[in-house]
Design a protein around this ligand. Structure first.
Ligand code: D41
Length: 675
């Protein structure tokens, strides 16, 4: 091929790749399948192999990394990278606005730019005439480290800016972070490879950015959000008179911004924004530790200036800490419904993430070994969202001389039955079965729970009391309770008793799927119970099923089949089932339309996004009744995708593959025609 045609081809492929990467990583709107992107990238690599002179600094091939350094050179920031003042309470925001008013000698409400405070690492990226020429860490604010090769591999960092009227020089400042999902995947891969896992996305981002081999960085799911500029010489952006216009100019040049940013007027509106982001926090795809508020007007920013390295015009309002130090006072062992024994850390109470925490789960023996934790140790505990607090790590320097090992019990702490640990499983179990009052309590709680028989008013505390006083031993006994016995319970009046008896009566009308789920068979969740019901149609068939026919049920493998089979071979279980049926627990006969009347027979359907009119499990059940196989991932074999709100990658994949797509309303309308 002639030199010019190779050059033209290179130019054309390069531009296509830049556009696709921009659409995919910056706009979040994929336009071509991954395979097409990979194919073009290979073609570009091939051309550059023949013509190394075409391998310029902004070539998309630079995204894959390659350079291996022996150390990071230092870089002096032309304009120092400032730090941020912190605020913690609503009043801190009010005081912030007050200080601004006082200093500027004005009283009008101030306009603030608001940005979620990403929990990553601040970086500086220098572009000259639109080409990325250098990137550096913040370091101490004056001097950082040259991490150009690594930053170039970050998927959403443009190597070349878009548009015309670009600045001759522009330094973009922003935060490099690892999205939560990428962090989970990375840790799983690390674990599978026997490599060390990272404690949180921030550490993972820091570890990934500080690699001398940029190929490693390239393999890590890092992202950038730009939040400011340093040096700016020329270009349209120079004319911006507010922070938000600057950010807009950056977006126009192809730089990624956090989508949750906004501007508000006055401190109260800042408080409202802070609370709104706080509520959204768990749903965001990245970790944040607060919100940064900045005076939007650049002229006012200039007048305010900075004190001791932090601008007077910005404030980082922090969420309550999610990690704290405390002492592990003791470990207790709890017995669950299936006998699983869980070590629970009893902690010196500590205020973290807005609540006082005195317990944390230690999961199992493997986790205790992994942490190397001893009683008496000072530990770091973390509380994220609504999940159970976790012990993150041990502060070995603080281990007291009297610290002692955690001894896993060989006998059940509740019923003293033998504890069994199967090598292939992480959990240890009490072998007591229904002899064990802890397992009994949990089994009854499960039986009464909302997704099972849904017995209104039968809460956990009440179940515990009833078991402790010997009123009931198993779920079947619930239906033999009477007023006199119920009224003997602590703080349980006539009225509550009547209500509970009525709720028990109502709960007798259920479905076969819910009944099977309520039995609490190991690893038989809602979905499996539903599959069992649809497959076998009657309780008798499930009870009598052999392992081979159980494995035929959708999503039932050998292990689950074994659990079901063993459960049904246990005379005590059969006795309970028979008693329940004798007490009047019943369900409607399952009518399966003949195959030729099942509109989705043989079809594979995927549900994605949020379904607001019906729950996802309800939608799934209805589709299955109409013959569909409901799968969780989109592939060429998918026949239909039902996309609710906020549908993401599955929707784009289905679009790419040309699969039929319905919104929730279409499904609802369709199901109506079947009722
Ligand atoms: O999201 C962030 N972590 C963030 C950090 C942000 N959205 N804005 C920031 N703005 C600044 C100033 C106001 C100094 C330009 C920052 C940081 N600084 C910052 N990050 C680390 C140290 C300072």
């Amino acid at each position: 091929m002639s030199d010019t045609s190779l050059e033209n081809q290179h130019q054309s492929i390069k531009q296509q790749l830049e556009t696709f990467a921009y659409q995919y990583y910056v706009l979040d709107e994929p336009s071509v399948p991954d395979a097409e992107y990979d194919r073009l990238m290979q073609a570009l690599i091939e051309i550059e192999r023949k013509r190394p002179d075409l391998k310029t600094a902004d070539s998309p091939t630079q995204k894959v990394g390659g350079a291996v350094l022996s150390k990071f050179e230092s870089v002096a920031h032309e304009i120092p990278m400032l730090s941020l003042d912190n605020g913690f309470e609503d009043d801190d925001l009010k005081a912030f606005e007050q200080r601004i008013h006082d200093r500027l000698n004005i009283s009008e409400p101030i306009e603030f730019a608001c940005e979620p405070k990403l929990d990553g690492l601040a970086v500086s990226i220098m572009y000259e005439n639109g080409i990325l020429i250098r990137a550096a860490t913040r370091g101490d604010g004056q001097t950082g480290e040259n991490i150009t090769e690594n930053v170039k591999t970050i998927a959403n960092v443009p190597l070349r800016l878009l548009g015309d009227n670009l600045p001759q020089r522009m330094e973009v400042r922003g935060e490099v972070f690892m999205p939560k999902h990428g962090f989970e995947t990375l840790n799983q891969t690390q674990k599978d490879n026997g490599a060390k896992t990272f404690a949180n996305p921030r550490n993972a981002a820091a570890g990934s950015l500080r690699q001398l081999d940029s190929k490693i960085t390239a393999s890590r799911p890092l992202r950038l959000y730009a939040y400011s500029v340093g040096v700016v010489e020329g270009g349209e952006i120079e004319a911006a008179d507010t922070h938000s216009k600057r950010l807009m100019a950056l977006a126009k040049m192809g730089l990624p911004l956090c989508k949750e940013t906004d501007t508000v007027v006055g401190a109260q509106a800042c408080v409202d924004y802070f609370n709104k982001i706080g509520r959204l926090r768990d749903q965001l795809s990245y970790d944040i530790d607060g919100v940064v508020f900045k005076v939007n007007n650049l002229a006012l920013q200039g007048r305010l200036g900075f004190v001791s390295k932090a601008p007077r015009w910005a404030l980082a309002q922090k969420f309550p800490a999610q990690e704290e130090l405390t002492v592990l006072n003791d470990v207790e062992f709890q017995v669950g419904r299936t006998g699983a024994i869980t070590p629970v850390a009893r902690l010196q109470p500590v205020f973290v993430g807005g609540v006082t925490v005195s317990n944390a789960t230690l999961h199992n023996q493997d986790e205790i070994n992994r942490l190397g934790v001893m009683i008496g140790d000072t530990v770091i505990i973390r509380r994220a969202g609504d999940v159970i607090p976790q012990v993150v790590s041990v502060v070995l320097e603080k281990r007291p001389a009297e610290a002692h090992h955690i001894v896993f019990p060989e006998h059940c702490p509740v019923c003293e039955s033998h504890v069994e640990k199967i090598d292939s499983e992480a959990v240890a179990r009490c072998t007591g079965g229904l002899v064990c009052s802890a397992q009994r309590k949990e089994a009854i709680k499960h039986f009464a729970s909302r997704k099972a028989l849904d017995i209104d008013g039968l809460g956990d505390k009440l179940v515990e009391q009833m078991v402790e006083q010997g009123l009931i031993l198993n779920p079947a006994d619930l239906f033999h309770l009477d007023l006199a016995r119920l009224c003997s319970l602590d703080r349980f009046g006539d009225k509550s008793a009547v209500n509970l008896l009525r709720a028990l009566d109502t709960a007798k009308n259920t479905t076969l799927a819910k009944f099977l789920y309520s039995l609490g068979i190991r690893e038989v969740g809602e979905a499996t119970a539903r599959n069992l019901a649809l497959h076998f149609l009657t309780l008798e068939n499930v009870v009598a099923a052999d392992k081979e026919s159980l494995i035929e049920v959708q999503d039932v493998g050998e292990i689950v089949a074994n659990h079901i089979y063993e459960f049904m071979r246990e005379p005590a279980n059969i006795e309970i089932i028979e008693k329940l049926v004798a007490s009047g627990v019943k369900w409607p006969k399952i009518e399966i339309a003949p195959a030729d009347q099942q509109p989705f027979a043989g079809k594979t359907i995927v549900l994605t996004g949020t379904l607001s009119q019906m729950g996802r499990s309800e939608a799934k059940a209805k589709l299955q009744e109409l013959g569909a196989k409901v799968s969780s991932s989109v592939s060429a074999k998918t026949d239909l995708l039902v996309a609710g709100e906020k549908a993401g990658s599955k929707l784009s994949k289905a679009t790419e593959l040309g699969i039929e797509i319905w919104d929730e309303q279409a499904l609802v309308d369709f199901l109506k025609t079947r009722d």
